[in-house]
Structure formats: C-alpha cells, structure tokens
Design a protein around this ligand. Sequence first.
Ligand code: CU
Length: 272
Amino acid sequence: MKKYLISILLVVTVVLSGCGGAVNVPMSQMEHKGMSSMQGKVTPTEADWTTPKEIKPNQEFPISILIKDKKGKPIPKFDVVHEKLMHMIIVSKDLSYFSHIHPEYKGNGEFDIKTSLPAAGDYNIITEFTPKGSEDNGLQRHWIHVEGVAPAQESIEPDKHMTKVIDGKKVTLSFDHIMAGMDLDMKFTIRDAKTNKPITNLEPYMGAMGHAVAISKDLKEYLHIHPMPSKKQGPDVTFMVYFPKKGVYKIWGQFQYEGKVFVAPFVVKVDM
Ligand SMILES: [Cu+2]
C-alpha cells in the first residue's frame, strides 16, 4: 500500500535560492518521514531558461527550458507522468494568477511553450518533469517580469468561508486537521450551485479525479498533490497532503466536469 501511495502521490518541497534562480530539493512524502529506504534514486538537474527580454501584458511570448544533468549535458528522455512529460505552473507573486500548462517536448532536453500573462509584475514559473531512470520528479523554477505598471498586489489572507461558487459549481474545501509536519486529508466537495445536488460524475483529468497545487504565501514551498485512489467521481475528492511548514498557503484544486476544467482556489492557514 505504501509503495502504491508513493507512486501516486507527488509531494514536492522547494527551497528557492536567494537569487530567485532554481536550486531545488525535490522531496517525496516518504523522505519527509525519514523513510529513505523506500526512496528511489533522484536525478539532479539544472535548467537553462530562455524568455524574451521584454514581456508585455496580454502578448504571447515563448518560454524555452533546457533540462540538463549536473554536468551540463541535456537529459534526452523523460517519463510521462499524469499523461504529460512536463507540467508547468505559472503564478503571480501575489498568487492571484494561476495557470497550469504543458510545454511541448522538442527533444534533447528542450521544452517549449507560448503563453501570455494578464498584467505587469513578477511571475514564478514552476516546471515538473521526471528524467528517465529517476524515481522522483525534478523541479525547476524561474522568475520572469512583465513590463508595465503592476496592479496593486492582492493580499493573501486565509479564507473565512470554505465554500465558493465557481462556474456553477459549489466547491467546499475541508481538512481532517490542518497542521504542518504531518499527513492530512484534504477534501474538495463539489455540488451543483443551482440545485445543491452532489456532483457524482466528475471526469478524469490527466489520469486522476483532480489535481491540486499548494504554494506558501512567500512562494518558497510548492506542493503538487494528487488524489487518493478512488473509483468515485465525486462529490468528494480527497487528497493526502503534507505541509512542510506552518504558514499561509494558497491551494488550487483542478477538476473536470462536462468536458471543462475548472479551478477552485482557497487560502488556508496551516498551524504548527
Ligand atoms: Cu500538468
């Protein structure tokens, strides 16, 4: 059972380097608990990022990432994880903007994508990928700046109400308890906002009943969380999550219903 959990549960902690570059320490759930005997070999990586010097709001621009080993040699092969070779999350510094996209693999370690960002300011790009032979995923992060006068930063305050209406769905987030340094059950419950009826026909999205990302207010901690295996398609989708440190985190749950993906964001406070 535990081995199975490792394979389905991707929990990654990131320590940002001081310069805002990408020095990352991927860590699995088991490593947190010191169960290193269960932990496989992780391939350390480096990344070269190429983005335009000037990026303007709402204007498409290219992002190119070259994943290399520690000797600077491009890594040629990657495993498909949740249907993709690379997952990319982009968030604004105040965490008000979130996107989850999938760069295309060009071969010889290079992934490319085009995207646009809605407003001026700083954005953090986080990519996840698994070099072939690595038993845990790698992570690289990069800051970019969008030119112009940045809108006022949104404050990141814990939500008072844990139920929200998003695109006609009523989404509730609950925890069995919410403390750092231990495994928690995090549950999204999804209902029809009009009828209040539980939704029991959520659709698989990238091979799971949902995906969730959590990022700490200071953007240092990054967690990508997958749901516990279940045959149910709602209304409850439960994730096992491990918050490495106390503090305020923003969580985005992503689910698919009637062919469309929706994002449910919540801000929570994790105590010690
Ligand atoms: Cu993805």
